[in-house]
Design a protein around this ligand. Structure first.
Ligand code: NAP
Length: 341
């Protein structure tokens, strides 16, 4: 049985990856940074596999922290595939960018270093569109594709964007220098939405939650290249044994949706909630940004539409991306049924 190490297995996306790997017949070693997460993951995955008994699954756990060396060498022993998803993804931008950059970059080097030392031949890294789009505009009318890279010091590139860009750059550099016998692929998802596997909803679903809870009177003109979390997981799993993906970045996105369009989909489905759909003028957002870090983070992206190509994911992975409207409505149903909104 092919053995896969999934790092950051307690995450919103990683739990879907673990589920799909088990469904596809892989053996999974899942890394968590605190042992209490292991039971949560086991429960979440079993409930979606419709297993109610104590039947054993080919799923074991190891403890790993991106900031510490301990455990990495042992965790990668006998592993065929490393799937490195762990990386901090908080809702708020930290005061010090290094809080995100250090674990993302050092953790990626630790994971890849241990993989190469243990002779792992296949690595799939979870990067992001944040490592692609924060840069000078590209030629009008053309979409972003896998040849584009964010520029860490570009004003639109926030701490999270820097952490993902620098981590992915470090990974490619490491692979080119130290891991010539190893096949490497990155999956670069947009904003992942869709039902979570348990009550840990992660940062991206909070975008939908915020609208359902009608937290804002009006919305900034920003938008997201959305993708369903189940398609993101499928991209990771399918990439494992498709040689055409080796040595490539693959953007995993469905479509770009403006925040107010997302709100309109929700307000049409839930007319009893006072979901805001009105746009706030840019001057108002810029004024609020003077006092609020979260608002400040959106200012560089006001009015910016990210047109991102998903052609490579369709061609090489055969993903038939779910339409954002379906993912948005299923996210909302999940959040309401689980008392998050
Ligand atoms: P998430 O639910 O917050 O998961 C992040 C995972 O990383 C968790 O398992 C977390 O562990 C782990 N982690 C964070 N800091 C760590 C550390 N110092 N040591 C060990 N583990 C650590 O986020 P997600 O949305 O699933 O994101 C997963 C991956 O996808 C990340 O690489 C993220 O950048 C990428 N991504 C996400 C999106 C999106 O829209 N969600 C889009 C593009 C890319 P704990 O549970 O212990 O905190």
């Amino acid at each position: 049985m092919t053995k896969v190490l999934v790092t950051g297995a307690s995450g919103y996306i990683a739990k879907h990856i673990v589920l799909q790997l088990l469904q596809a017949g892989y053996e999974v070693r899942a890394s968590v940074r605190s042992p209490d997460r292991a039971d949560q993951i086991l429960r979440a995955v079993k409930s979606h596999l419709n297993i109610t008994t104590d039947a054993a699954l080919p799923l074991t756990f190891v403890e790993l922290d991106l900031n510490r060396d301990k455990g990495w060498a042992a965790a990668l022993q006998d592993i065929d595939v490393l799937m490195h998803t762990a990386s901090p993804f908080p809702i708020d931008t930290p005061v010090d960018d290094e809080e995100l950059i250090r674990p993302a970059v050092d953790g990626t080097r630790r994971a890849l270093g241990a993989a190469v030392e243990n002779g792992v031949k296949r690595i799939v890294l979870t990067s992001s569109t944040a490592a692609v789009v924060y840069r000078a505009p590209i030629e009008a009318g053309l979409p972003f594709d896998e040849s584009h890279w964010s520029v860490p010091h570009h004003p639109a590139c926030n701490a999270y964007g820097k952490s993902k860009t620098l981590a992915e750059m470090a990974a490619w550099e490491f692979v080119e220098t130290h891991a010539t016998g190893c096949d490497f692929t990155t999956i670069n998802p947009g904003l992942a939405i869709g039902p979570a596997l348990d009550d840990r909803i992660g940062t991206s679903l909070q975008v939908v939650q915020r609208l359902l809870l009608a937290k804002d009177p009006a919305l900034p003109k920003i938008g997201f290249a959305c993708v369903d979390v189940r398609d993101v997981a499928a991209a990771h799993v399918r990439a494992i044994d498709r040689p055409a993906t080796f040595g490539k970045r693959i953007l995993a996105v469905s479509e770009f949706v403006w925040f107010h369009e997302l709100a309109t989909i929700l307000s049409t489905a839930y007319p009893d909630r006072r979901i805001p759909t009105r746009l706030a003028p840019a001057w108002m957002i810029k004024s609020l940004a003077l006092f609020n870090r979260r608002v400040r983070a959106v200012v560089p992206n006001l009015g910016v539409e990210f047109n991102i190509s998903n052609q490579r994911a369709i061609d090489l992975l055969g993903i038939n991306f779910l339409e954002p409207e379906k993912s948005i409505l299923e996210s909302a149903r999940f959040l309401i049924e689980h008392d998050f909104a």
